[in-house]
Ligand binder design. Structure first.
Ligand code: ZN
Ligand code: ZN
Length: 575
C-alpha cells in the first residue's frame, strides 16, 4: 500500500477515535461525518453546548487513553434496515443510510463507538500515530446554509512526531502572517458591519502604501506603452445586454438601480467601457496595438459565507488592461505582457511562479483559426521565455485560451494572481473592427489582462508575504526618531525635518516614555529604521541606528544614514 494511502487511513481512523472520545464526554452527541483531509482529519458533531478551546485537551487526553487501550477496529455488513435501527438516535447517519444505493451497508466499531463507514481502517487503535487537535469551527450539515450548523473539530495527524512538529511550526508561521491578525496590530483597514460584508475602508497607512503602488503601477504602464482610461461604476442595462453579462454573468451582478425608469447595473468588469472607447472612432491597423489600462473598481456578488478579509470581497479594484491588436501582433503582445508581469512581481519581491496554460473547452465560441492562433501564441511565448508550464487541456473560458500565473509567497504558498486572457466573444458582440492595409474591415484580437490581480487581494498577499514588515519603499513610516530625553527633542525634530524634505517618511516619537518602550512600539509597528538620539549623538552629529528585526546597528554620521536610506528607497529595495 502506498504511504499516503496508509497515512490517509490512519487519519480517518483517528477521526473515529475522536468521535469515540466526544461520545464518552457527551453521550447525547449526534454525529455528522469525519473524513481524512490534507495534513489531518476532522469530524462534525451536533452537541448540547458550544465547544470551547478548553475542551480540546480534554478530548485529546481521552483519545490517547483509547489509543493506549489499543482495541481493534471491526467491520460488519448489515442490512439497511438493521443499520437504521442501530442508528435510530443519529439523524445525520439515518440521512446518509437513505442515500446509499446498496442493499447492505458497512459499519465499523472500535471500543463502544459504532460508525457508518465504508472504511478501510487501521486494524487497531494503537496504530494511530502523532496527532493534535487544532481548532473548532462551525460547519453547516452538508455545506448548506438551510441545514443545521454543526461543530467541527480540526486536527493534524502524521506518521511521526517530527513531521507533526514541522507541520505545527508551519501553521504557526501562517497564523503569524495572517493579514487579518496583522491588521489588528497595524491598523491598516477596517471592514465594519455598518457598510455590509466584503467592503473595505482603508486607513492612512494603507492609503499611503496604495498610493505608492498605484504611482509605481502607472509609471510602469506608461513605460510599457499603455495609456490609462477612467470609467464609471455603473452602466445602463443595454450595455450589459450587448456585452452578454446579463446573459451569462448575471448571478455575479447586483440588482439594478432605477434611474428615471431605466435600469443601471454596478459594473462587474471594466471591459465594455474600454470597448466603447475603441468604437468611438474608426480604427486603422496603424493605430494598433492599443493598450489601455485602468485601476477599475468593480462589484461582484459573493455569498456572505465565502467572504474572507481582503482575499475575497464584494468591491475590489482590478489592475485591469485590454489590448486590441491585429493577428500578426499577438505573439509580441503576449510576450510583452508576460515579461511585464514578471517584472512587476519581481519589483514587489516575488521570485517564484507557476504558469498554467488553459486551452479550448468543449463548448467554445470563436473560429478554429482564432483558437489555434491564440493557443500557439501563448505556447510559443512560454517556450521562448524558457518557462516551465502546465497545460490545462480544455480548461479555458468559452471565449478564449489564457495564461494564469501563480506566485509563491514567503511561506511557499501559491496565489493565483495574474491572468492573460484572450477574448473572441466581446469583439464579436460589439462588432469591433479595424481597417487593414487591404482596405477591408477585420476583427481585432482582444486580450484582457490583470497583472497584480485586484488591489485587495494583492494587498492581502503583500501583508502575508512580508508578515506586515513592508519593504522600505512601501513602508508607510520609514524612520522613527527616538529622543532619549526631552532635551534631545529639538535635535530629533531637526533630523526629521531634513529626512522629510528628502521625501523620507519620518516620525518623531516625542511621548514621555522610556526609550525601550518606544523601541518596542516601533518594532510592533514594523517601522524599518529607528534612530535613537541623545547627548553623544548630538555632540557628534550621529544617530544610533536600529532595525525593526531587533538588530542594533552602529552609531553612524547622520549624513551617511540619510544618503543610504535615500538610495534604498529610490532603488525600491525589498529589504
Ligand atoms: Zn471510517
Ligand atoms: Zn476585461
Amino acid at each position: 500500500m502506498a504511504n499516503n494511502e496508509k497515512l490517509e487511513i490512519m487519519r480517518h481512523s483517528a477521526a473515529h477515535v475522536m468521535a469515540e472520545a466526544v461520545q464518552s464526554l457527551f453521550p447525547e452527541a449526534k454525529f455528522g461525518i469525519g473524513p481524512a483531509i490534507e495534513n489531518g482529519f476532522y469530524y462534525d458533531f451536533d452537541l448540547p453546548r458550544p465547544l470551547t478551546p478548553d475542551d480540546l485537551p480534554v478530548i485529546e487526553a481521552k483519545m490517547r487513553e483509547i489509543i493506549a487501550a489499543n482495541l481493534p477496529f471491526t467491520r460488519q455488513e448489515v442490512t439497511k434496515k438493521k443499520a437504521k435501527a442501530m442508528f435510530a438516535a443519529q439523524p445525520y447517519k439515518l440521512e446518509l443510510i437513505d442515500e446509499i444505493p446498496d442493499e447492505k451497508v458497512s459499519i465499523y466499531q472500535q471500543g463502544n463507538f459504532v460508525d457508518l463507514c465504508r472504511g478501510p481502517h487501521v486494524s487497531s487503535a494503537g496504530e494511530i500515530k502523532a496527532f493534535k487537535l487544532l481548532s473548532i469551527a462551525g460547519a453547516y450539515w452538508r455545506g448548506s446554509e438551510r441545514r443545521p450548523m454543526l461543530q467541527r473539530i480540526y486536527a493534524a495527524a502524521f506518521e511521526t512526531e517530527e513531521a507533526l512538529a514541522e507541520h505545527l511550526k508551519k501553521l504557526e508561521a501562517m497564523e503569524s502572517h495572517d493579514h487579518r491578525r496583522l491588521n489588528k496590530q497595524l491598523n491598516l483597514y477596517i471592514a465594519p458591519e455598518e457598510i455590509g460584508g466584503g467592503l473595505i475602508i482603508y486607513g492612512p497607512k494603507a492609503g499611503r502604501i496604495r498610493a505608492i503602488v498605484e504611482e509605481f503601477w502607472r509609471q510602469e504602464h506608461f513605460a510599457h506603452g499603455y495609456e490609462l482610461l477612467y470609467t464609471p461604476h455603473i452602466g445602463l442595462s443595454k450595455l450589459w445586454e450587448i456585452s452578454g453579462h446579463l446573459g451569462f454573468y448575471q448571478e455575479n451582478m447586483y440588482s439594478p438601480i432605477d434611474i428615471e425608469g431605466q435600469e443601471y447595473y454596478l459594473k462587474p468588469m471594466n471591459c465594455p467601457f474600454h470597448i466603447l472607447f475603441y468604437k468611438s472612432q474608426p480604427r486603422s491597423y496603424r493605430d494598433l496595438p492599443l493598450r489601455w489600462a485602468e485601476l477599475g473598481t468593480v462589484y461582484r456578488y459573493e455569498r456572505s459565507g465565502v467572504l474572507l478579509g481582503l482575499l475575497r470581497t464584494r468591491g475590489f479594484t482590478q489592475d485591469d488592461a485590454h489590448i486590441f491588436c491585429t493577428p500578426e501582433q499577438i505573439e509580441d503582445e503576449i510576450a510583452e505582457v508576460y515579461r511585464f508581469s514578471i517584472h512587476m512581481w519581481q519589483a514587489f519581491g516575488f521570485e517564484k511562479y507557476k504558469v498554467y496554460l488553459s486551452t479550448r473547452p468543449q463548448k467554445a465560441i470563436g473560429t478554429e483559426e482564432q483558437w489555434h492562433k491564440a493557443e500557439e501564441a501563448l505556447r510559443k511565448v512560454l517556450q521562448e521565455e524558457g518557462v516551465a508550464y502546465e497545460v490545462d487541456e480544455g480548461g479555458g473560458a468559452f471565449y478564449g485560451p489564457k495564461i494564469d500565473i501563480k506566485v509563491e509567497d514567503a511561506l511557499e504558498r501559491e496565489w493565483q494572481m495574474t491572468t492573460i486572457q484572450f477574448d473572441f466573444n466581446l469583439p464579436e458582440r460589439f462588432g469591433m473592427v479595424y481597417t487593414s492595409n487591404d482596405g477591408q474591415e477585420h476583427r481585432p484580437y482582444m486580450i484582457h489582462r490583470a497583472l497584480l490581480g485586484a488591489w485587495e487581494r494583492f494587498f492581502g498577499l503583500l501583508i502575508e508575504h512580508y508578515g506586515g514588515a513592508f519593504p522600505i519603499w512601501l513602508a508607510p513610516v520609514q524612520v522613527v526618531i527616538i529622543p532619549v530625553a526631552d532635551r534631545h527633542l529639538e535635535y530629533a525634530r531637526k533630523l526629521a525635518q531634513e529626512l522629510k524634505s528628502e521625501g523620507v517618511r519620518t516620525e518623531v516619537d516625542d511621548r514621555s516614555e522610556t526609550v525601550n518602550l518606544k523601541i518596542r512600539q516601533a518594532q510592533l509597528d514594523k517601522i524599518p529604521y529607528m534612530l535613537v538620539v541623545g547627548d553623544k549623538e548630538i555632540a557628534a552629529s550621529t544617530v544610533s541606528v536600529r532595525r525593526r528585526g531587533g538588530e542594533k546597528l552602529e552609531v553612524r554620521p547622520f549624513g551617511d544614514f540619510k544618503q543610504d536610506i535615500k538610495t534604498a528607497i529610490a532603488s525600491r529595495s525589498n529589504v
